[in-house]
Design a protein. Structure first.
Length: 154
């Protein structure tokens, strides 16, 4: 439950540490919607951040703002790595948590960006092999002749 230090006081008098993360994620989603983010983007952030909340709950930790910190974020990363999740999935979760942390600071829920020092976990770099001349020629030969004449012959 949200505790206030005194009755009928302002924003700065609220004990921010006790605010439920689920409520803050809802506020974050509202801001994303107001900024014109797509429904898929808003849903993605909600899914990514709910992983952290569920992780805290499964660890016996109350999912409140006080428990959204660097130590627990790193603990989640290790947990997800141990589960064998793709490094790209883990990076996506970290990106969402870092964006949420920046938003919390910007909205003055926190005195600083709690995850500013959280490093992105490494993932393998995907090398894309370029097409060879034969493959390029085959692609061009499949293009409609009208289109080829409009853009010139290669």
């Amino acid at each position: 439950m949200l505790k206030v230090k005194k009755r009928n006081l302002g924003w700065t008098d609220i004990d921010m540490d006790e605010i439920q993360l689920s409520k803050l994620v809802s506020h974050f989603n509202q801001c994303l919607k107001a900024e014109g983010k797509s429904p898929k983007t808003v849903s993605w952030y909600e899914q990514m951040l709910s992983v952290f909340t569920r992780y805290l709950e499964s660890s016996g930790i109350i999912p409140v703002l006080a428990n959204f910190n660097l130590e627990k974020a790193r603990s989640l990363i290790v947990h997800e790595q141990n589960r064998g999740l793709s490094p790209y999935t883990i990076q996506a979760r970290v990106r969402a948590m870092k964006a949420f942390s920046s938003w919390l600071f910007g909205e003055q829920y926190t005195g600083g960006n709690m995850l500013a020092n959280l490093k992105m976990p490494k993932a393998p770099v995907r090398m894309i092999e370029p097409l060879i001349t034969k493959e390029i020629d085959r692609l061009i030969s499949e293009v409609d002749p009208i289109v080829r004449t409009e853009y010139g012959q290669c």
